[in-house]
Design a protein around this ligand. Structure first.
Ligand SMILES: *Cc1c(COP(=O)(O)O)cnc(C)c1O
Length: 411
């Protein structure tokens, strides 16, 4: 361990809030799939900052965009126009557009985005938008249904949207108006929306694949039922694509692998290849619901992060990133399925979770780190993989060769 790490540990112990249990490594640089610590030791990154470094570390075109923008202008207030923001929003709309029919009768096929700085802020905007629309279009209904075990963020509203009571308990009283149904239980959803409480509900908000809870995909039937029911009842469908979006599952957005089109889509993690940016995208006229002064963010949509995100989206096209995800994702799952002691492999594309046959996931993650692979345990049985989308089959082979003997020993 380098001196640098010990110094950081002392400083953080004394001067930071202890909201994270960190692993004893200090990373100082990265390139592609690789991270380097302060001792010069290299690691293969199968977490990519929790699905953030979608094009890998230090992607040349993103770095160039950031450096060029930093030399020109970092920030002005949202009272003014800046370069890159409009182009980025147009590119997002292009990834979202579809010709699917819908009951809300949008006449405008473009999507409009509000830019914030994180996934939670993107979801806050979606929640405010839904409540606003409930007042203007659905007799003041403001309730929002989400799934049990979902994760939508750590701000107060998104925490109570999140379907995990143990995360909420220390922060009671609740933000009211959230309902939770079991994931993939279409009957429970239908009963809630058709029951006495349905009248006060304005939207259903779902992740196509629950990431934080250990990679649990919606079934096709459940997500399609959520779309059908919200259309029938004149409610909004909000899809939280903060983790699943930006080609993570092989298409620009995971909902596109389910054959549905939502009304609101939130994005963040993989959108800026490391630049902190999030967006709430609303379809057609819904994108004009919030009026000047009703929502905002000092930093949101700054030219610096918009330049990074614009270069990231261009990079997805230049690298044909979706094709790589669709090829390497199944290979990764296949290799994991062939391992002894791996009992369940879940996910789509390069968003993969797998369960071990005992409560030793943290041991595997810690020993993996010692042996040069970065992984994440979402529970004592479950490991989550979110590598950069440039991950190759050779990278997968290194991962498997590294963790197979560790799993064998720890089982
Ligand atoms: C990470 C995540 C969030 C929260 O994003 P932050 O940038 O940490 O605020 C919200 N929803 C989902 C599905 C996520 O994975």
């Amino acid at each position: 361990m380098g001196q640098g790490l010990e110094r950081q540990q002392q400083l953080e112990e004394r001067y930071l809030m202890h909201t994270y249990g960190r692993k004893p490594v200090q990373f100082v640089s990265g390139q592609g799939m690789k991270l380097v610590d302060d001792d010069g030791k290299e690691y293969l990154d199968f977490l990519s900052g929790i699905g953030v470094l979608s094009l890998g570390h230090n992607y040349p075109a993103v770095r160039k965009a950031v450096v060029e923008q930093a030399e020109k202008l970092l920030h002005v207030s949202n009272y003014f126009y800046v370069e890159h923001r409009g182009q980025l929003a147009a590119a997002l709309s292009g990834l979202l557009e579809s010709n699917e029919p819908d009951a809300l009768g949008y006449t405008d096929e473009s999507w409009r985005t509000f830019f914030g700085n994180s996934g939670a802020e993107a979801n806050e905007c979606a929640i405010k938008l839904a409540r606003h629309w409930g007042h203007t279009h659905r007799h003041d209904a403001t309730g929002i249904v989400t799934a049990q075990r979902s994760f939508h963020g750590r701000t107060l509203a998104t925490l109570f949207a999140t379907g995990q009571e143990w995360k909420q308990d220390p922060f009671l009283p609740p933000v009211s108006g959230f309902y939770h149904v079991p994931l993939n239980d279409a009957d429970a959803l239908e009963q809630l929306l058709c029951g006495p409480e349905g009248d006060g509900i304005v939207a259903v908000m779902l992740e196509c694949i629950q990431g934080e809870a250990g990679v649990w995909p919606c079934s096709d039937e459940f997500l399609q039922a959520a779309r059908r029911l919200t259309l029938e009842h004149g409610m909004l469908l909000i899809i939280d694509e903060v983790q699943t979006g930006m080609y993570r599952t092989g298409k620009p957005f995971a909902f596109q692998t389910y054959g549905i089109v939502p009304d609101v889509v939130t994005v963040a993690k993989g959108m800026g290849d490391g630049a902190p940016i999030g967006g709430c995208c609303a379809r057609g006229e819904l994108g004009l619901e919030l009026q000047p002064g009703e929502h905002g963010s000092t930093f949101g949509g700054s030219p610096l992060v918009c330049a990074a995100a614009e270069a990231t989206l261009a990079g997805f096209a230049a690298e044909d990133i979706g094709a790589n995800v669709r090829e390497v994702g199944p290979y990764l799952r296949e290799r994991l399925e062939s391992l002894a002691h791996v009992v369940d492999v879940r996910g789509r594309g390069l968003m993969v979770g797998f369960d071990l046959d005992g409560p030793y996931a943290t041991r595997v993650v810690d020993r993996g780190l010692e042996d040069g692979v970065v992984l994440n345990a979402t529970g004592e049985h479950t490991i989550r993989l979110l590598p950069p989308l440039i991950c190759s089959k050779a990278d997968v082979d290194v991962l498997i060769d590294t963790i197979a003997p560790i799993i064998e020993e720890e089982a």
